[in-house]
Design a protein around this ligand. Structure first.
Ligand SMILES: C=C1C[C@]23C[C@@]1(O)CC[C@H]2[C@@]12CC[C@H](O)[C@@](C)(C(=O)O1)[C@H]2[C@@H]3C(=O)O
Ligand SMILES: O=C(O)CCC(=O)C(=O)O
Ligand SMILES: [Fe+2]
Length: 332
């Protein structure tokens, strides 16, 4: 596995500022909107997803990653399939192996489905049930957000990701314990599991085992560790939702640091719209004097441009509009 070892800022420790949203409490909608504005990140509890389903999928995922490398690479591919160390096609590497799958309702598990497993049927069923449950929870969260924003109809956002033909992805990540994290040999430097980035889609839903590593970047530039919680889900605002809210919601930068002792296993559902969906600030969220901060684009255009970029790039920059304020400054 290729290694990227570099000195990274030490995250704040102690009390965790990560907002916790109780899905069984309708009034959480206000805290939800504030979390999207202040952090672009929140943890969801009382979500109603079966712990049994999640633990079966985790078990099957661990089984898959335990296969010999020669077998896993039988399902290697791009953009979907097994990958190891290399993230995307533009030179990014991390201490991670992964399985990326199309999460469309009608995609089935595709030709890359790992039939090499002892019990492929269990893995396939767990994946299908997980995608269905997580998509439903994502729609519930997006509807709570629309309510909190005072937008009607309630499905303004959820309809973008609930369809048969949305461009959603399911990613299983495995970060093996990293022997390079040893103070004597590398001077206590961190090893990057998954480099800092924002997610291009509308919203992402992450569940991991109890191994730490995920960090988010606060608006003051500092990194904060996200305490792992295997029974909860973590949501992060993606670039497309930042644009649709005209910058009101923040697409949070995040990264994963490798762990010296324990493996981390995570599953992330990236809720994306259909390829032809127009992404632009929602006029119902704008006041008369507000200016659109972004040029409009289709999800297909944005996805193509994102997949040609490096992980840490600011992908939205090229879609930012010059505002009257910028033009005034230029003319002064
Ligand atoms: C370096 C890259 C990997 C990525 C495609 C990209 O060119 C830039 C965006 C990356 C990202 C981040 C969120 C998701 O993990 C992902 C699947 C996505 O949609 O955008 C990855 C892409 C990837 O791993 O191929
Ligand atoms: O594995 C994780 O915990 C996060 C990975 C991530 O951010 C991603 O796959 O986009
Ligand atoms: Fe991510």
């Amino acid at each position: 596995m290729a290694v990227l070892s570099k000195q990274v800022a030490v995250p704040k420790s102690g009390f965790s500022p990560i907002p916790v949203i109780d899905m069984s409490e309708p009034e959480s909608k206000h805290a939800l909107v504030k979390a999207c504005e202040d952090f672009g990140f929140f943890k969801v509890i009382n979500h109603g997803i079966s712990a049994e389903l999640v633990s079966v999928l985790e078990h099957e995922t661990v089984e898959f990653f335990s296969l010999p490398k020669s077998e896993k690479t039988l399902v290697a591919g791009y953009p979907f399939g097994y990958g190891n160390s290399n993230i995307g096609r533009n030179g990014d590497v991390g201490w991670v192996e992964y399985l990326l799958m199309n999460a469309n309702l009608d995609s089935g598990s595709g030709p890359l489905f790992p039939s090499l497993l002892k019990s492929p049927g269990n893995f396939r069923n767990a994946l299908e049930e997980y995608k269905t449950s997580v998509r439903k929870m994502t729609c519930d969260v997006l509807e709570m957000i629309t309510d909190g924003l005072g937008i009607k109809p309630r499905n303004t956002l959820s309809k973008l990701v609930s369809d048969q033909n949305t461009d959603s992805i399911l990613r299983l990540n495995h970060y093996p314990p990293c022997p390079l994290i040893n103070k004597k040999t590398n001077g206590g430097k961190n090893v990057i599991g998954f480099g800092e980035h924002t997610d291009p889609q509308i919203i992402s839903v992450l569940r991991s085992n109890n191994t730490s590593g995920l960090q988010i970047n606060l608006t003051d530039g500092s990194w904060v560790a996200v305490p792992p919680d295997h029974s909860s889900f973590f949501f992060n605002v993606g670039d497309s939702l930042q644009v649709m809210t005209n910058g009101r919601f923040k697409s949070v930068r995040h990264r994963v640091l490798a762990n010296g002792d324990k493996s981390r296993v995570s599953m992330i559902y990236f809720a994306g719209p259909s390829l032809t969906q127009r992404i632009a600030p929602l006029t119902c969220l704008m006041d008369n004097e507000d200016e659109m901060l972004y040029e409009e684009f289709t999800w297909s255009e944005y996805r193509n441009s994102a997949y040609n970029s490096r992980l840490s790039d600011n992908r939205l920059q090229q879609f930012e509009r010059k505002t009257t304020h910028d033009n005034t400054l230029l003319n002064d």
